[in-house]
Design a binder for this molecule. Structure first.
Ligand code: F6P
Length: 543
């Protein structure tokens, strides 16, 4: 930590000591203008930070922290291709996929443009019926086979923007549990179904297992071996492996090591998006993200939407002890946003040491969770309002969402705004006593009706659920995630933690198959408890 950052840290601790006794409502009483001041806008997004426990002093300290920690330079470094993924010695150039700083990377830009041209050609041929299945009938359905970053982004976007006129119906299968694929395929016609095998590494067990099962389904329906390739497209860095698997070269689209899986929906990894929604929607999505990149590069900190989001999250987690962050979209079309953000933020920033291996001085990313707001209200909001855990939250309200009737959409908006206000104001002991008295509660029982409120959160208004706004929203969260990583001193682009479980699963497989420990199995893999559970599984499954 630089001296400047250390001094700012001490000042933020002092500010926290002072502010933690204050209520956000009283901050509004003395400063009604804060709603206009503490907000950032860009490309159809307005983020209102005024319901955070902050004042001008903290706001200013956070802005100074951004400069002490060189956040603008860090972002400039990301887009020009510095090796920000330090443990894997490579850049993270997702911004280039939408054309940001294209002139700085002539070779990669050519590769990106070439891939986009190939994607567009393929999409046009499929939509136009030039590329068909083995019976020469046009495709009606596309099934994306992928997991993690090869699933969550495209799944979210396809669901958010789906229309009855969609050129193809999109389906997503991620789970290695065959129930997932079998359930999806049960409703589909094999002659008119296209599969996109989406795997950056082309080694992911879940995806390859589902791809094999899909191929067997086509074969069982009568697809001749020489026509199977017509039903598959691969998206991967391992084009040779995909070809060896049986997908023709012209149907293998590239992605690159310099794009992280969870940041890759803008590449061919997102192919299912234009297949399902049309090429123009995909272009607009990229355009929205590019505009947000530009905003992030050019805006001063106080107006910089993702930078302020990151600084506020840092304030919440580091100084106000929020250990979870709820994402609460008030729109059915955003139902998969939280799943997408879980991987983006937790796989990126769920780290415990800095890029130089120093243990972190504070917690890293908060646990991100949530669901569509109205559904959550009838489930876990009770804990938000009266539980003992501290949290921060994003309430997201698209101003226009879908074509549903106005009264229902009005009610949705009323709930979003009501919850945002309720999280702030709560219910005071006096109000609780008044209500409790009507129910015949004694003084002590009335405490059950108290709601502390004072929960810091952001209210994000989004112009409409359009490709442009979604592109901007996702890019904003991508950059927020990166800025938070810089503030924490961690690498947002590796994920060493997820490998251990994969290795152990590979070692357990032989025992589940044969009942014997493979000679290569580390004895620690089958500790007594794991062995006991594995035996129970064999008993139930191996007759
Ligand atoms: O297991 C985690 C992970 O490596 C993610 O980072 C990635 O998005 C996902 O698996 C899928 O990987 P792939 O695209 O290589 O199949």
């Amino acid at each position: 930590m630089t001296t400047d950052a250390q001094t700012l840290h001490e000042q933020l601790c002092e500010a926290r000591a002072e502010l933690s006794h204050r209520r956000i409502t009283t901050l509004f009483d003395t400063d009604p203008g804060r709603a206009e001041r503490y907000q950032c806008q860009s490309n159809g997004l307005v983020v209102d930070f005024s319901k955070h426990l902050i004042d001008d002093h903290v706001w200013q300290l956070l802005i100074e922290l951004a400069s002490a920690q060189a956040l603008p330079a860090a972002f400039a470094g990301l887009v020009v291709g510095q090796s920000v993924n330090t443990s894997e010695c490579r850049p993270a150039l997702h911004t280039l996929l939408r054309g940001t700083a294209a002139e700085q990377h002539p070779e990669n830009t050519a590769a990106v443009r070439n891939a986009l041209t190939r994607m567009k050609t393929l999409v046009t041929r499929i939509h136009g019926g030039a590329d068909t299945g083995w019976t020469d009938q046009a495709f009606t359905d596309v099934v994306n086979l992928g997991i993690g970053g090869s699933d969550l982004g495209p799944r979210f976007i396809c669901d958010a923007l789906k229309t009855p006129e969609a050129p193809l119906r999109a389906h997503f299968v991620a789970n290695v549990d065959p129930e997932d694929l079998d359930h999806t395929l049960a409703a589909l016609d094999p002659t008119r179904t296209l599969f996109v095998v989406c795997s950056k590494s082309f080694t992911t067990e879940e995806t390859l297992s589902n791809a094999h099962r899909a191929r067997a389904w086509l074969q069982a329906a009568g697809a001749p071996p020489h026509s199977l390739g017509q039903h598959f497209v691969a998206v991967t860095t391992q084009v040779t492996q995909a070809q060896q698997w049986g997908i023709p070269a012209e149907r293998c689209l590239p992605t690159w090591d310099w794009v992280g899986g969870r940041y890759s929906l803008w590449s061919a990894t997102g192919l299912t998006i234009p297949l399902a929604l049309g090429w123009s929607a995909f272009e607009k999505l990229l355009g929205g993200a590019k505009n947000l990149d530009q905003h992030t590069l050019e805006s001063p900190t106080a107006d910089n939407l993702p930078m302020m989001m990151a600084l506020l999250e840092f304030w919440q987690t580091r100084y106000l002890n929020a250990n979870t962050h709820a994402v609460l979209p008030y729109a059915q079309r955003l139902q998969h946003l939280t799943d997408f953000l879980q991987q983006l933020t937790m796989e990126s920033n769920g780290k415990r040491v800095s890029t130089t291996g120093e243990p972190l001085r504070s917690d890293s990313a908060p646990v991100l969770w949530g669901s569509t707001g109205t559904n959550g209200q009838h489930s876990y909001y009770q804990l938000l309002h009266q539980g003992t855990r501290s949290f921060s939250a994003d309430i997201i309200l698209p101003l226009i969402s879908g074509s549903g009737d106005l009264p229902a959409r009005r009610s949705l908006a009323a709930h979003a705004l009501a919850q945002s206000r309720a999280l702030m104001v709560g219910r005071s002991p006096d109000e609780a006593r008044e209500i409790g008295a009507l129910r015949g509660f004694n003084e002590r029982e009335c405490r059950q009706l108290e709601i502390p409120g004072n929960h810091s959160h952001s209210l994000i208004l989004m112009e409409a659920v359009t490709p442009e706004c979604l592109g901007a929203l996702i890019a904003a969260y991508e950059h927020k995630t990166y800025f938070l990583a810089v503030l924490l001193g961690i690498n947002a682009f590796d994920q060493w933690g997820v490998e251990l479980g994969k290795e152990i699963a590979a070692a357990i497989q032989p025992f589940l198959e044969t009942g014997a420990t493979a000679p290569t199995t580390d004895p620690a893999t089958l500790d007594p408890a794991t062995r006991q559970a594995a035996i129970a599984w064999r008993k139930a499954n191996v007759k």
